[in-house]
Design a protein around this ligand. Structure first.
Ligand code: E4P
Length: 230
């Protein structure tokens, strides 16, 4: 399962890509707005930080297919390879998806709340669909089940479109997505931390250090090897 980070905050992106196996960055207009800075400079800086090998998902803001397609071209000129154009599902979105797919763009269909929206997006040529897990849970639906059924449907029809589950509030929601075969999740940096942390891990590591130091003091393996070779 791919871990993608749902933020446009430069410091958080730097931290996440240094310490976590991050496959890319997702943004949306809300996430971008939180940074309160020049949009074009921001995406240029993010691209420079994440490099060519990681995906960069950027959402269009145009309301018509024509504007979405033009924005996609403009974004590709700035971001280059590994741009995933995020397009909200809807008639205009599908029209733009079909046109951009023909041109070879990568597309992530976003704001997915139903299995049939996801199937429609896949048939239009989306590379990823992004169902909103926590927002589904908040309306007393079942976000994990919606993702599970989309994964099953794509497998059943042998579609190459992947599920990029989005909108998480808890590490438990993310874990459940991995249990139903979600291909990717996009999470905020705080959830990434929560997925890694366990107090028993910290205790175990502290015990290892204490036992080692009780015999070898502060010397590390590297100190010993260097002493031997010098
Ligand atoms: C990502 O693609 C989505 O836009 C995002 O995860 C939505 O998250 P939210 O429901 O926390 O706003």
């Amino acid at each position: 399962m791919l871990y993608i980070v749902d933020t446009a905050n430069i410091e958080k992106i730097r931290h996440c890509i240094e310490f976590f196996p991050v496959a890319g960055i997702t943004t949306n207009p809300t996430i971008i707005s939180k940074e309160r800075t020049d949009f074009l400079s921001l995406i240029t800086e993010i691209k420079a930080i994440i490099g060519p090998e990681r995906m960069f998902h950027i959402q269009v803001t145009g309301q018509t297919a024509d504007k979405m397609v033009r924005e996609a071209h403009a974004l590709r000129n700035i971001v280059g390879d590994n741009l995933y154009v995020k397009i909200p599902i809807g008639e205009e979105g599908l029209k733009a998806t079909m046109a951009l797919h023909k041109e070879g763009f990568h597309i992530t269909e976003t704001a997915i709340f139903t299995q049939q929206q996801a199937l429609m997006a896949a048939m239009a040529g989306a590379d990823f669909v992004a169902p909103y897990v926590n927002r589904l849970d908040n309306i007393i639906s079942d976000g994990v089940n919606v993702v599970s059924e989309i994964v099953t449907m794509f497998r059943q029809y042998q579609l190459s479109t992947k599920v990029l589950a989005a909108s998480f509030k808890t590490a438990e929601q993310v874990h459940k997505i991995s249990m139903v075969g979600g291909h990717a999740v996009t999470v905020n940096p705080e959830i990434l931390d929560a997925l890694l942390y366990h107090p028993l891990t910290m205790y175990a590591i502290d015990d290892f250090s204490a036992d080692w130091e009780s015999v070898y003091g502060k010397k590390t393996i590297l100190d010993m090897v260097e002493e031997e070779t010098n």
